[in-house]
Design a protein around this ligand. Structure first.
Ligand code: PLP
Ligand code: COI
Length: 356
């Protein structure tokens, strides 16, 4: 039995995005949010669903000073028969616990968090958009709340789940993105926090992303923090290459995020009969494969970005165009399969979907 979740319904419903209008990613929020508190000695307490509203928090709260914060991202989809699908929600809360461990934040109960997510999504189900490429983006996160300026792990935390009806992460949908390979800054180092979804990982990535944007590139591809030689991942996605007909992707090494979409795409590619290699992939190998005409496809994978074809990579003075800037055969197959399973249009032979 789970602890009871109290529900306070809103008395002033928020304005829903207009159907038929472009729906941006992550800008609109639903009527309610889930909240629970942690107090050392008492555990996670007071789970509640309340109206979405500004929160009150002390300016001395430790999250503002030392960045003790982690988050997750998953989605709910409305199916044609009116039912609602969540995609592998347990994986997100299991990964949140890995992030929590590294950031010395207490563990959450995975099954309870999935249950809370289902309750919240069910309450705000009228907000789930059903246009092409649209879904309800779910953002669980935890922040440290002790009002204290000394550096140590907080004794109190707040956990939230927000819901955001969202369209494609990239404004141009499934059109191939242009990616800038970062050769100055690094995102993660051996022994660091690269494998977690801690907020600080994203804060320190902004400088490179801003420079890339100024140069006309949408995302940054990070290289390893030791030799700046091996490919790690993109700002908000894992990365995959099709070389000589094989799917090749950087192996999980502690400094990249173990993406749930990554794991799922690997399983889909294997089920389609593709050979998959998870290994170290150097940027030189990719540039050479590109020049030799052996780099057939490249795509990013992520919850927000789904499966996103990459049409161009820039590394130092090299500009590699991939598949004439068009979506590749395997990229399209993987995209169709994963989005089909998520939205209930393709049979879920993997057992990934949780119905609400
Ligand atoms: N890498 C980074 C840095 C991310 O922020 C994300 C998004 O969550 C991913 C990879 C992809 O992970 P997932 O497929 O679990 O969303
Ligand atoms: C996600 O894909 O869920 C992410 O968290 C990526 C991002 C929006 C930071």
């Amino acid at each position: 039995m789970f602890p009871e979740i109290s529900i306070t319904k809103t008395t002033s419903p928020r304005k829903k995005p207009e159907v038929g209008q472009p729906l941006p990613f992550g800008r609109n929020f639903t009527d309610h949010m889930f909240v629970m508190d942690y107090v050392r000695g008492q555990g996670w307490i007071n789970p509640r669903i309340v109206p979405y509203a500004p929160i009150s928090i002390e300016p001395a709260a430790m999250v503002f000073h030392y960045g003790q914060a982690v988050f997750e991202g998953l989605k709910a989809y409305k199916c044609d028969d009116g039912s609602i699908n969540l995609f592998r929600p347990n994986c997100n809360y299991e990964r949140m616990n890995d992030s929590n461990d590294r950031l010395v934040i207490p563990q959450v109960d995975v099954d309870f968090c999935v249950h809370a997510t289902k309750m919240l999504v069910d309450l705000d189900k009228d907000w789930i958009p059903s246009g092409k490429g649209e879904s309800l983006y779910i953002r669980p996160f935890v922040i440290a709340t002790d009002p204290f300026l000394g550096v140590r792990a907080s004794d109190t935390y707040t956990f939230f789940i927000l819901l955001s009806p969202s369209g494609a992460y990239y404004a141009h949908g499934i059109q191939p993105v242009k990616i800038y390979v970062e050769d100055k800054y690094v995102r993660a180092v051996r022994g660091g926090t690269g494998f977690t979804k801690c907020s600080g990982n994203y804060a320190c990535s902004l400088i490179a992303q801003t420079t890339a944007h100024d140069l006309g590139y949408e995302q940054v591809l990070w290289l390893d923090g030791v030799e700046q030689k091996y490919i790690e991942e993109v700002g908000a996605m894992n990365i995959m290459f099709v070389i000589d007909g094989k799917l090749v992707t950087p192996m999980l090494n502690g400094s990249i995020l173990p993406g749930i979409t990554r794991r799922s795409c690997i399983e889909i590619a294997k089920s389609l009969g593709y050979e998959v290699e998870e290994r170290r992939v150097s940027i030189d190998e990719i540039i050479e494969a590109g020049k030799a005409g052996k780099l057939d496809e490249c795509f990013g994978t992520g919850t927000a970005a789904v499966v996103s074809p990459v049409g161009e990579l820039k590394y130092e003075d090299n500009i590699i165009k991939i598949n004439n800037g068009e979506i590749g055969k395997l990229t399209q197959k993987v995209y169709d399969t994963i989005t089909g399973i998520q939205s209930g249009k393709v049979e879920d032979t993997f057992g990934w979907v949780t119905k609400i």
